[in-house]
Design a protein around this ligand. Structure first.
Ligand code: CA2
Length: 146
């Protein structure tokens, strides 16, 4: 069975607990359940991780190399700052989908630039947690159309 790595960066463990006006009421556990369900309905298994640490996020990306056909990543604030995460993603040969819960193009100036976008094959933003489901669907489509 093919695997998708779904990787989440800093503070996303607080989903559903704070800033619900921006990020909604569902928790990271709800998100993990939603992703696992959608992936398994389509014959994929999921490695789902969250970390507050930049270096651990780099480690998670490296773990996907040779194991997963796709990475779905919400690098959270590291999106806007991390060349290390960009470099790690460049070492991964599979399909990369960048997801943001909010629409970063419509928020503060400092959120408008994304290092992750320099490697991502697809960017999905502003769809709330449904953006992750959309990302899984795109990975599935990509495989079907191969
Ligand atoms: O919209 C997104 O998904 C972001 O990646 C979320 C990041 C933010 O830094 C990016 O600019 C856009 C922040 C994640 C923090 O998530 C929280 C969730 C609930 C409560 C507090 C923070």
């Amino acid at each position: 069975m093919e695997t998708i790595h779904i990787l989440n960066g800093p503070n996303l463990n607080l989903l559903g607990m704070r800033e619900t006006n921006i990020y909604g009421h569902k928790t990271i556990n709800d998100l993990e359940d939603m992703c696992r369900r959608r992936a398994s309905e389509n014959g994929f298994q999921v490695v789902f991780k969250q970390t507050n640490s930049e270096s651990t996020l780099v480690d998670f990306i490296q773990e996907a190399i040779g194991k997963s056909s796709a990475i779905i990543i919400n690098a959270a604030a590291y999106t806007h700052t991390s060349i290390a995460i960009l470099d790690a993603l460049k070492s991964f040969a599979g399909y990369v989908v960048e997801v943001h819960i909010s629409d970063i193009s419509k928020r503060e100036e400092f959120r408008k630039f994304s290092f992750v976008s320099l490697r991502a094959d697809l960017v999905i933003q502003g769809l709330g947690l449904d953006g992750y489901i959309e990302a899984i669907d795109k990975v599935v489509e990509k495989k079907v159309n191969k």
